[in-house]
Design a protein around this ligand. Structure first.
Ligand code: KIV
Ligand code: ZN
Length: 518
């Protein structure tokens, strides 16, 4: 393959919808996946790994619909080293303008023991499966899973086989987040030096963050010659997650002086997609997360504020606008009109049709009545709430009696498929009473795996965003909601999670165990 890209161009391969989505609890709906894929394409990501088509009907459909809708990015699907996986993957990605098949097998001693293949048998399997993929598609990526714990001689041998069989990208995964920057660089250098044909293909780096080094490891691999970084928005992913897209992209932009590489990502789109991924995955971004955390651009200490007022560069290495944070957090209130709301939402990355705007405007007015000042984060919470508040059950009315004397009690009306149902329940505290009321109307055996409350802004009238994660038979679903009343937000988040559980139960999943590939 003759590569026409400049030597310093690094490809961004986003796997939020595959490696990110398989993080327990991060399941997204079909429409949410399509929305995130569209945002990734708009922001200039080069390759979108849209899913693992053989894992389930839902994954297959998501990958094929994303393949059909995507305008620019290469659309990639994951497949194990088996013909049936590769065929299914091809069926899904073939609709893309630029399809890619990504096939992998675990090559380290621990991973070789799972299919119980000898080194020679595995080498033969790699040759057969990569050749098969290449006969279907001219863009094939191959990954030796757990590469960083694979013997170097064997790694060189199998990488050479994959290149000869037609792989155009070789991805070197640090599957368990074990490597460190110098080792990550040495591994790429070693492969480039030792493997015949290595300079004809693109080397990719795929790092997990178990030791908090995923970003550093990916950048070190690039300095050594890798030209594709695999990453996820907000670093979403199993365990400690994957390399965060926003971190590597901004590091290459801000420190271009010492890392002279470019990407095709429009960094001003980062905040919007970060918020959307946090909302749909139910994984909130930690406050002090690099680039996209709430505090990443907050300068609160007196010394910092003084310095910032004199010259922003005193403490700021990048401008908030560079990542899509509006320079002014213009406050909205109950006198703000529809046009101002539309304009503000547009700045925050939400493009609304007239009927959607009408609905959001009603909710905005209700919020502004309860809360004097409505900030950007309040509007983002409002938007998240409007998109997740769909499903067969809705909270219509809630009144909780609480105080120093236990038990507390909750009166609840739930609308289920258009019909109102009323119940009263008691519990140990207002949230427990409310959840008991919901459970009386919708009995289920799902376990509450997470209940989390975040204040959206400051002040006692701040909205609370509540995240609820439920687990039933190994399947995990989440629900989120925001309200100035924490108990109301909790009730709605719980009901949203139950609505997702109903959808999840209905989905057929022929090969659920495949979801555990990291
Ligand atoms: O972490 C890993 O090894 C993976 C492979 C499937 C590429 O995600
Ligand atoms: Zn992975």
């Amino acid at each position: 393959m003759t590569d026409q890209r400049p030597r310093n161009r690094v490809l961004i391969f986003d796997t939020t919808l595959r490696d990110g989505e398989q993080s327990p609890g991060a399941t997204m709906t079909h429409d949410e996946k399509l929305e995130i894929a569209e945002l990734l394409d708009e922001m200039g990501v080069d390759i979108i790994e849209a899913g693992f088509p053989i894992a389930s009907e839902g994954d297959f459909e998501a990958v094929s619909d994303i393949a059909r809708q995507t305008k620019n990015a290469v659309i990639c699907g994951l497949a194990r080293a088996q013909f049936k996986d590769i065929d299914r993957c091809w069926e899904a990605v073939r609709h893309a303008k630029r399809p890619r098949i990504h096939t992998f097998i675990g090559t380290s001693p621990l991973h070789r023991a799972i299919p119980n293949l000898t080194m020679d048998e595995m080498a033969e399997r790699i040759h057969e499966t990569v050749s098969h993929a290449r006969n279907l598609c001219d863009n094939v990526q191959w990954s030796p899973m757990d590469a960083t714990r694979t013997e170097h001689d064997y790694l060189c041998r199998v990488v050479e086989i994959a290149i000869k069989a037609g792989a155009t990208t070789i991805n070197i995964p640090d599957t368990v987040g074990y490597t460190a920057p110098s080792e990550s660089a040495d591994l790429i250098r070693m492969l480039l030096e030792r493997v015949p044909g290595a300079d004809e293909i693109v080397f990719a780096t795929h790092c997990h963050n178990d030791l908090g080094m995923a970003t550093a490891n990916a950048l070190a691999a690039v300095e050594a010659g890798a030209r594709q970084i695999e990453c996820t928005i907000n670093g979403l992913g199993e365990r400690a997650g994957n390399t965060a897209l926003e971190e590597v992209v901004m590091a290459l932009k801000v420190r271009h002086d010492i890392m002279p590489f470019t990407t095709g990502v429009d960094t001003t789109k980062i905040m919007n997609i970060s918020r959307r991924v946090a909302a749909v995955s139910g994984f909130p971004v930690q406050y002090n997360k690099a680039i996209v955390g709430k505090n990443a651009f907050a300068h609160e200490s007196g010394i910092h504020q003084d310095g910032m007022l004199k010259n922003a560069q005193t403490f700021e290495i990048m401008r908030p606008e560079d990542v899509g944070l509006s320079a002014s957090n213009l406050v909205m209130g109950k006198h703000s009109g529809r046009a101002a709301l539309r304009d503000k939402l547009r700045q925050l990355g939400y493009e609304l049709a007239d009927n959607q705007l009408n609905d959001v405007f009603v909710r905005f007015k209700a919020l502004a009545d309860r809360k004097k000042e409505v900030y950007d984060d309040d509007l983002v919470a409002l938007m998240t709430d409007s998109t997740s508040a769909e499903g067969q059950m809705q909270v219509k009315f809630l009144r909780v009696i609480c105080g120093t004397e236990a038990p507390q009690s909750a009166d609840l009306i739930l609308t289920v498929n258009g019909v109102d149902h009323q119940v009263t329940a008691q519990g140990d505290g207002p949230v427990d009473a409310t959840f008991n009321a919901v459970k009386k109307l919708f009995p289920h055996s799902a376990r509450l795996a997470l209940y989390q409350v975040h204040a959206v802004t400051e002040g006692t009238d701040a909205q609370a965003t509540v995240s609820v994660r439920l687990e039933e038979g190994g399947k995990i679903v989440t629900g989120q909601s925001s309200d100035t009343d924490t108990v109301v937000a909790s009730a709605k988040a719980y009901v949203n999670a139950l609505n997702n559980l109903v959808v999840r139960r209905e989905k057929t999943k022929p090969a659920e165990e495949l979801k555990s590939v990291s």
